[in-house]
Design a protein around this ligand. Structure first.
Ligand code: SF4
Length: 378
């Protein structure tokens, strides 16, 4: 295995590695007192321009003073986990599935993390008695069809410790699917060893959802980890957070989703940024997010399209918030907007015509039969 840079965990180390400048040290110390810092060797290698705070990888992991700015709408528990926590380590929001959070540590600490108040140094893994109580809760709830291991990052648990958890879940008759939410395959890919893949090889199907936000994160080591999981027979999905200055362009999202599909990962969710404290500099508006998703629709195939979703603050669940393509056309008909912004009546007014209303706003919209380009039509 090649030698990697050591994981950066301190303000001093950020400075030594040229990721922050001398002037910002006092402010970054304040940030680091409040929110954990960690940048793995692999992620340091994927930072193309260490002295550029707008590098899409650096921006996700290098702390900034903007994190000290907390706005009125931001919350310590932005998606409302707390009211749905019957026992430590369990979040049970929907009847048929629940979150099992055995680990509160991550290989990296994302500056926009929605659980930033609870992940990081301090409490690591659930104690044995807490884990037993969490597993007992799952056993006692036959409506739980799917268990989602998240955290923290559950794939930093050593295979020897993961195996008994997997065996316990595998032994619960009503649990039909085990899902992992993890950043490990991309940010710390060498943890995805054959031993780890083997530990995931339960009779109960395991799905892995990989958190990644920019194609620049996915280097050769990450591609290797995804391949090992794939060869282990584990279906792979992705989740991405829409982040200002990281992936809030159609080009960045297109590149990411194409890279994922080309590595056998189906883009699953594009999350609107949560109202986590000190993360306002990363959040787009929902209107901006919808416009990005609309522009993607004409650029990439359905395999490359995740669902744009919002976790409603207060624990009210997750809903799609993508642009709508259907409007009322009156008399039981509809107006449908195509991927290029042109509207059409449905059903068509006259059989055999396109029925276009000509509502597209850019020259060249509409009727050509050859490949189309996204021309940013309104
Ligand atoms: S890996 Fe997930 S839980 Fe960990 S810091 Fe990043 S967003 Fe938060």
């Amino acid at each position: 295995m090649r030698h990697r840079p050591r994981t950066i965990r301190t303000t001093e180390s950020l400075l030594e590695n040229g990721l922050i400048d001398e002037e910002s040290v006092p402010e970054i110390r304040d940030v680091a007192k409040r929110y954990a810092v960690s940048i793995t060797g692999v992620m340091q290698e994927q930072i193309a321009h260490p002295d550029d705070p707008d590098d899409p990888v650096a921006r996700q992991f290098v702390p900034t003073g903007a994190e000290l700015l907390i706005t009125a709408e931001e919350r310590a528990d932005p998606i409302g986990d707390d009211p749905f926590t019957p026992v430590k380590g369990i979040t049970h929001r929907y009847p048929d599935r629940l979150l099992l959070k055995p680990m509160h540590l991550c290989p990296v600490y994302c500056r926009f993390c929605f659980r930033r108040e609870v992940v990081g140094p301090g409490e690591g893994m659930l104690g044995q008695a807490e884990l037993t109580a969490a597993l007992d809760y799952i056993r006692a709830h036959p409506e739980v069809w799917e268990v989602i291991l998240t955290g923290g990052d559950p794939l930093i648990i050593a295979p020897t410790k993961l195996r008994p958890i997997m065996a316990a879940l595998d032994g619960i008759e009503h649990v039909k699917v085990i899902r992992f939410h993890t950043r490990v395959p991309v940010v710390d890919p060498e943890r995805v060893t054959d031993e780890l893949v083997d530990a995931l090889g339960t009779e109960t199907p395991v799905w892995v959802v990989v958190h990644t936000n920019h194609s620049q994160e996915i280097g050769a080591a990450a591609r290797g980890a995804l391949k090992r999981l794939n060869r282990g027979g584990i279906p792979l999905l992705s989740q991405t957070v829409l982040l200002r200055g990281v992936n809030d362009t159609p080009e960045a999202l297109e590149s990411l989703f194409r890279t994922l599909v080309a590595n056998r990962v189906k883009p699953y969710y594009l999350h609107h940024g949560d109202l986590a404290q000190g993360t306002g500099h990363f959040r787009t508006t929902i209107g901006e997010g919808q416009e990005l998703v609309r522009r993607l629709r004409g650029r990439v195939s359905g395999t490359c399209q995740p669902t744009y979703v919002l976790d409603i603050p207060g624990g009210h669940g997750k809903v799609p918030i993508g642009p709508t393509y259907l409007a009322d056309g009156g008399d039981g008909t509809h107006q449908v907007t195509d991927p290029w912004g042109e509207r059409h009546p449905y059903p068509p007014r006259t059989a055999g015509t396109t029925g276009s209303t000509g509502a597209g706003t850019a020259a060249g919209a509409g009727t050509g039969t050859g490949p189309r380009e996204d021309t940013d039509r309104g």
